[in-house]
Design a binder for this molecule. Sequence first.
Ligand code: OOG
Ligand code: NI
Length: 562
Amino acid sequence: MNSEFADKRQMQNRLFSELSQMFGQEVPLYDKSLLVNKVCNTLVCELLSQLHIGFAMSDDQLDKTSGERHGAIRIGTPAEYRWIARLFAVFAMEPHNFYDMTDIGEKSQPIVATAFRSRLNPDHRIFCSLLMTDYFDPITKTRIEELLATREVFSASAKGLISRSEQQDGLAWDDANALIAECINRIFKWTGQARDHQLYQELCAAGFKIAADIACFESHHLNHLTPNTLCIDLYTASMKFCMGEMDEAEFQQRARTTLRRLIKSADRDYLKLHFKGLTSAQIGTFQKGRIITEEIVPFVEKLTHRLQNADLALSKLQHAGFKDYTEGPAEGTPVLLRQDAYKALTEPVRFKTADGSVVNSVHTARFGEIEQRFYATTPSGRKLYDRCLAEADTARQNDPEIGKRDFTTYEDRYAQAFAPFPKTLPELLKKRLAYGRFTATAKGIDAKESLTGTDIYELIRLDYVDYEGLRYEDFLPLSAAGIFASNLNQYGTESTAAQKPVYDQSILEEILDRRIVDPNLTYAGLQAESLLNVYSQLGLLDKLGNVKKSELEQALADYLAN
Ligand code: OOG
Ligand code: NI
């Protein structure tokens, strides 16, 4: 690539930072939620610096960590979807995974999706849905398609810049900035301009609010942006407190419980997982500190005062409340991701009708999410997760009000469902439930001549090998469905087509005219690559045995070919 071109990762950072500013201006509650997140993350870092002496986060570093985001956008037509994919490619973001939201039981929605992100070490990602019009009866299908056919979301200039980037494999910064401006001013922008009020009302009444959100607007818009938290339970309780949904006594009690858990679990592996910028060597220099449980109290007092400051009086802003419960694994089971959200806001929209008249109405779709990411699971880890989640869901369905009535019991029950899951990284790795990355230590390399055993855990115990977990970088369809359902105040809706269509990945691949990346091959490949490197550096490759060795080589080859 021409070195005068903008670095694609830097372009990504700029795009997401500008999207965040745009969204903050459009939705004041989002802007405030960022501040709540910063306040919580700052407090977590203060605790960490007492637990790990030498650990320090500057304001700048903290902003960077908290600046990581995912977003979501919902697209109406295959042609638009293709343009969106080409747009993300300019930012080195590729489609990952196929999410079939039409096939998740009663939570089903008329959409399929993929997520755009960088393959390695992604900071940002966009969950990108496509409305499947053949999910509907033929008349509704035609009405939706005809309406969508009349809109043009990408300007000629945006298309030109994308094509130029494809031809040159990059953009000069002037062009890159012009394309980012197109994103902010048009492609992702909320216009509040809607069409066909009749269709809008019919779709909403039939349980298809999501289709109304996609089909009846003049352009697509960013649905939400999701910052990254260092402690989701702390953030969630803080938001509920600021929004006036939780009183001070309950907030303090929750915050104390959460922080006590944090000081028990925030070990070296937690640091590696949550702070990408920290190296093992840096972490190795930290001295072990201590915080006793009583010392949590002043931290919680300080946090309470900060949240009571007038600038965080979120209860004064118009809002629709916070989601009842957090999606994903139970607290303390560090796999995949945990997500929560304040519910979608009701915002004014103007419907233009064919005869030129205007209907002023409202629309409820945009919300504010939060996420905390944990370790990527292996296929058997994922199976275990799905099983535990199903059990947790059943328990919740049997007593849906428990979360509001008695949060502690709710949490205990949810945690019980996840009891089969190990709670620490070494155990998750040992049981092959999570993916890791291994490196030979200097001590290991020195001892190279004397080594014979290839048991990676024995090598770790001897300090010859270091390890870290691979972070989960993707999405969870059932969590997404829970978020859709809660925000829209509407569970999924059955297909109204004569026969419910069946979708698979190839549908999106055809639209995108490229293959969708299978992230599991990446996780498995990175682990295999690291193991092959370790064994080679420790002179143990030949002692590995052919079966094990070719297994690793195969995983690496599958990843590289993906
Ligand atoms: C996308 C919902 C999926 C997530 O975090 O799981 C999602 C949407 O609301 O359009 O963003
Ligand atoms: Ni999301």
